[in-house]
Design a protein around this ligand. Structure first.
Ligand code: ADP
Ligand code: MG
Length: 332
């Protein structure tokens, strides 16, 4: 069906243009938990164009309010499906040879795991980005007739990976994870028309909690672990800000995390950060530092805005569109 392929290509072309270059930041505010009695929210306003206002519970008036703006904000009522529908184009571009990195950042209990994986043993409706991404990629590659393994096998592998995360309890949340979880999907394919091989990587990262060490009241081994985690998070920040400043040296090698993510941070890679917030006013100061970090990350340009590779990708798509048009006109 040429017309459909044409339409899909045109859509892809626009999306590729739209998503390239910058780090996108989506903010997601989780709802209050069932059974929570004192519900004082620090999120005062969520607008339709990605703006939000947070209120400092200790201050009134103008001084106690601060506005932030991101690419998108998902409020407490947002569903997993809604979140995924805005993430899907990015994930799909992996099939076209892009490297993509999606990570969830925020304090423990802010909903990172909910967004990336969904609740434990979730039904399809509650699946997070991980499972939906795999499902989507396999469905598409199946229709593109690539040779694949079954989705269920990968879901099985992912479960094993998740079970192996070191999970320790802290004062903040007994389900809190003290480790980063990285799911990497390598996509290898061949352009069905030209036979040109291509590959893309997708990294799906559920980062460890970003809270300051003292807050979790941890000691001993847990404290060492927490300091190590904070170190790798700040290494991630350093990489992003080095990219932002177009610094000739990007310190990827300063942490295992940034080494693993190197191919998907910088250059032509596309990066999306979910900034997770706990709306509780008790979490105001953590939320504020999370938002300040996100604000610095937001709008960071990765690598050269226009490289020869970009020119080539766009050109290839245009050529494909032209050749499809040609085929259609010959058919008529
Ligand atoms: P984190 O991974 O950041 O520590 P979790 O994803 O474990 O946080 O979320 C903390 C708690 O809040 C969990 O009980 C989770 O099920 C719940 N939760 C988080 N986000 C949502 C949401 N969008 N809708 C409903 N419950 C949520
Ligand atoms: Mg978690």
């Amino acid at each position: 069906n040429y017309t459909a392929v044409l339409a899909e290509n045109r859509k892809l072309f626009n999306e590729v243009q739209d998503l390239r270059g910058n780090i996108r930041v989506y903010c997601r505010v989780r709802p209050f938990l069932p059974g929570q009695t004192k519900k004082q929210s620090t999120i005062e306003y969520i607008g339709e164009n990605g703006e939000m206002i947070v209120a400092n519970p200790a201050k009134t008036g103008k001084e106690g309010h601060r506005m932030f703006k991101f690419n998108k904000i998902f409020g407490p009522a947002s569903t997993q499906a809604e979140v995924f529908s805005d993430t899907k184009p990015l994930i799909r571009s992996v099939l076209d040879g892009f490297n993509v990195c999606i990570f969830a950042y925020g304090q423990t209990g802010s909903g990172k795991t909910h967004t990336m994986s969904g609740p434990e043993g979730a039904s399809e409706e509650d699946w997070g980005v991980n499972y939906r991404a795999l499902n989507d990629l396999f469905t598409i590659s199946q229709t593109r007739r690539s040779s694949i393994i079954a989705t269920s096998d990968v879901v099985g592998l992912m479960d094993i990976g998740l079970k192996n995360r070191s999970i320790g309890s802290t004062a903040l949340n007994e389900r809190s994870s003290r480790s980063h979880s990285v799911v990497t999907i390598h996509v290898r394919g061949k352009d069905l028309k030209t036979g040109v091989p291509m590959h893309g990587n997708l990294h799906l990262v559920d980062l460890a909690g970003s809270e300051r060490v003292d807050r979790s009241e941890v000691t001993g081994d847990r404290l060492k672990e927490a300091q190590h985690i904070n170190k790798s998070l700040s290494a991630l920040g350093d990489v992003i800000f080095a990219l932002a400043q177009k610094s000739p040296h990007v310190p990827y090698r300063n942490s295992k995390l940034t080494q693993v993510l190197q191919s998907s941070l910088g250059g032509q890679a596309k990066t999306l950060m979910f900034v997770q917030l706990n709306p509780d006013s008790n979490s105001f100061s953590e939320s504020l530092s999370t938002l300040k970090f996100a604000e610095r990350v937001s709008g960071v340009e990765l690598g050269a805005a226009k490289s020869s590779k970009e020119g080539r990708d766009v050109k290839e798509l245009m050529e494909q569109v032209a050749s499809l048009k040609d085929t259609i006109s010959k058919k008529d």
